[in-house]
Design a binder for this molecule. Structure first.
Ligand code: SF4
Length: 451
């Protein structure tokens, strides 16, 4: 059963009832995105079903998967941009079941947390309501030059039919076909074709013919095919043009996504937010703080001089040849007085990045008052030794999720940027920990590793 939505505070009781029901009828498993659901399963000892972590959880490093395993997750759906070597590494190190996307509709965004649809329409892809703005035409402008692009964010369909031996060799337990919004007959044929091929290979690997049945899949394709990141970074080979630009789902022909102007923030919206907040009786605390994310020494220095309470310094600026030297960091620490200095870790971290950050923290960790963290693996790893604040990409939507991360060592939380004003007011009114809200500046709505 899919329970992989984000649950707001006022839906928690209903979620408990629903999980209790699923537990009582012993469904085989549930698939989950919200760590609040994991927390509820632990609190109520719902253990009659397996728990699988959804691709929306973005379980992309060993620490992350280890933390999920400790919380009772028995299978992880791996991120779409994970290659098969890493999939095998995770399986071999942790002996956990893995699920890998093998066919169908893909996202261009890495790590699933895409906020694009959410920001344009208030329809969150993280709540299963994406309107797919990645399938619109865009021009890419850079350094005064307009690049010739058509649909630079539109991904091809995943196609791993000819690589079943490699999937099995990577110890993938479960092969995932993305079949939503496609016709039933189409899905039945697809499942049977893949199922037969897997059986053929297991039955006699030496006689296996990769191309048997491939032509029919190709002729019935909805978009062009890609093996995405399975073997290496796909670059522009990942990008589709076939049938793009109509706003249609190609199986049903239903038009639902055409370029739309972004709505403006109006006085009416602001007064509605004020009303929502006042109805929740949120007490004004005297300890309000202003935090600023900066990119270089000059910005950090200006914030210190202006008496900002906290500075976030992205770890990217500390790499060689970038905008902050270790001498400037030391200078900042001497001049900062009461201003807190936090290191903002990368949104997604592979094993190499963990090694780099480990070395950096060994050498320079004393200069930081804490870490701003965007993935569960980093919280699990650093939460005991550093003060950890969760960033918005963790998408904390309810008090149960907050409890989950608090147990791993997080001490402050950035609220999800996708909550509606009434959900946010409810969340703040019940939070017993410090909550940070993002109030100004450009946000990453898509996190891409894209040529
Ligand atoms: S807009 Fe984002 S979430 Fe929606 S399909 Fe595109 S990449 Fe995926």
């Amino acid at each position: 059963m899919t329970v992989n939505n984000l649950v707001s505070n006022d839906e928690i009781n209903e979620a408990v009832e629903y999980l209790d029901f699923l537990n009582s009828i012993s469904v085989d498993g549930i698939i989950v995105q919200d760590t609040g659901i994991l927390q509820i399963c632990q609190d109520h000892q719902f253990n009659q079903f397996e728990i699988h972590s959804s691709v929306m959880m973005n379980a992309h490093n060993l620490e992350f998967v280890k933390a999920l395993q400790k919380c009772g997750v028995s299978r992880v759906v791996l991120p779409r941009e994970m290659d098969l070597k890493t999939a095998k590494l995770i399986q071999n190190h942790l002996d956990i079941e893995t699920e890998y996307f093998i066919h169908g509709d893909m996202c261009t965004v890495n790590g699933s947390n895409c906020y694009y649809s959410s920001f344009i329409w208030g329809n969150s892809s993280n709540c299963g309501r994406c309107f797919k703005p990645c399938r619109w035409p865009y021009r890419v402008k850079k350094d005064g030059y307009v690049y010739k692009t058509e649909f630079p964010l539109a991904a091809k369909d995943m196609y791993m039919y000819e690589h079943i031996p490699e999937l099995i060799d990577a110890c993938v337990t479960s092969f995932k076909i993305e079949g939503r919004m496609r016709e039933t007959d189409f899905i039945v044929d697809l499942v049977n074709t893949y199922g037969d091929a897997i059986d053929r290979y297991l039955d006699n690997p030496l006689a296996f013919q990769r191309k048997q049945g491939a032509e029919e899949l190709y002729n019935n394709r909805k978009r062009d095919f890609t093996t995405a990141y399975a073997f290496s970074e796909p670059g522009l080979d990942f990008i589709n043009t076939r049938y793009e630009g109509t706003g249609k789902f190609y199986s049903t022909g239903k038009v639902f996504s055409t370029p739309t102007e972004e709505p403006k923030l109006t006085d009416r919206t602001i007064s509605k937010m004020k009303e929502e907040f006042s109805s929740y009786n949120i007490e004004a605390s005297s300890s309000k703080k202003l935090s600023v994310k900066v990119n270089n020494f000059e910005q950090a220095k200006a914030c210190v001089e202006l008496g900002v309470e906290r500075i976030y310094l992205p770890s990217e600026v500390l790499l060689p040849d970038t905008s902050l030297t270790s001498e400037q960091l030391k200078q900042l620490v001497i001049m900062k007085k009461d201003t807190e200095l936090y290191l903002d870790l990368p949104q997604m971290m592979d094993e190499l990045q963990f090694d780099i950050i480990d070395q950096y923290l060994d050498k320079h960790g004393i200069y930081f008052d804490g870490l701003l963290v965007s993935n569960l693996g980093a919280i699990a790893k650093y939460g005991t030794d550093y003060k950890v604040i969760t960033d918005y990409n963790i998408n904390i939507f309810n008090a149960k999720a907050m409890e989950f991360y608090e147990k791993l060592g997080a001490s402050e939380f950035t609220a999800s940027i996708e909550m509606k004003s009434d959900q946010l007011a409810n969340f703040i009114s019940t939070a017993n920990m410090q909550v940070e809200l993002i109030v100004h500046g450009p946000l990453r709505v898509m996190y891409l590793n894209h040529n």
